[in-house]
Design a protein around this ligand. Structure first.
Ligand code: NAP
Length: 249
């Protein structure tokens, strides 16, 4: 089976590292992004330099029409997808406590992190399910250690969105076990990417290092290795699982 994988939010960070790794391993990779076109095209060029195949497709995962377009473009260029990495995610604006949070930001966090992942999964399943004539496949969702720790004093809205992703992973895995589709999640800890700057704390990953048992933030490449394992045949009997990549946190 040729492996065709859609990675949402792959213009930088964990998504970009996953695209580069999968591309080098021979997957055909769809690099989704919402704004950063030049960065997405660089990821495509990196995959091609390593001998892989990739395209960049613009689209907001929280907008249904964009998601449908993402899947149609994938089909047009590469064929029916066999993998989906629900990676696109935002932290919203960091506020100390919930009484300072506004509904617009809470709604945006849920729209992109939760609804976006659910709609992408729905479109994947419509094409991949063996019960619907598809080839089967594998879905990997990006959770966060925040789902387990709760994000108190910083990001309770973000943490709640990742708690939803973990419940969704477990339920969907059971729902799709007879459809030839496995569903798993990776739960990263503090990873050194731009997401912290977007939440207003560019040095957060290094400032929190002393609180991490391994005394350092993780890299996007380390998370990508866990995604690769869950996507591929090596994990053929794993579904509904959540892999920790937290340095022991
Ligand atoms: P990042 O560096 O901020 O990158 C986010 C990516 O998502 C970018 O490529 C961005 O592209 C894209 N994106 C944002 N909104 C989008 C939307 N509406 N539709 C499509 N793409 C969108 O983030 P990251 O640190 O790599 O995080 C990736 C995932 O891992 C997220 O789900 C995050 O919650 C999770 N995670 C990260 C950490 C960490 O410490 N970094 C820890 C735990 C979990 P554009 O610029 O084009 O919008």
């Amino acid at each position: 089976m040729s492996e065709i994988v859609i990675i949402t939010g792959a213009s930088r960070g964990i998504g970009a590292a996953t695209a580069r790794l999968l591309g080098a391993k021979g997957f055909s990779v769809v690099v989704n992004y919402s704004n950063s076109e030049a960065a997405a095209q660089e990821v495509v060029a990196d995959v091609e330099r390593s001998g892989g195949r990739a395209i960049a497709v613009k689209g907001d995962v929280g907008t249904e029409a964009d998601v449908v377009h993402l899947f149609e473009e994938t089909k047009r260029v590469f064929g029916t997808p066999t993998g989906l990495v629900n990676n696109a995610g935002i932290v919203g604006s960091r506020k100390r406590r919930i009484e300072d949070m506004d509904v617009a930001t809470m709604t945006e966090v849920m729209r992109i992190n939760v609804i976006g992942s659910m709609v992408c999964a729905r479109e994947a399943i419509r094409r991949m399910s063996t019960q619907l004539g598809g080839p089967g496949g594998s879905i990997v969702n990006l959770s966060s250690v925040a789902a387990r720790l709760g994000g108190a004093g910083q990001y309770v809205d973000y943490a709640a969105s990742k708690g939803a992703i973990e419940s969704f992973t477990i339920g969907l895995a059971r729902e799709l076990a007879a459809d030839g589709i496995r569903v798993n999640a990776v739960r990263p800890g503090i990873i050194d990417t731009d997401i912290h700057a977007s939440g207003g704390q560019p040095r957060r990953a290094h400032e929190l290092a002393p609180q991490i048992p391994m005394q350092r933030p993780g890299t996007a490449e380390e998370v990508a290795q866990a995604v690769l394992w869950l996507l591929g045949e090596q994990s053929s009997y794993s579904t509904g699982g959540i892999i920790e990549a937290t340095g022991g946190r």
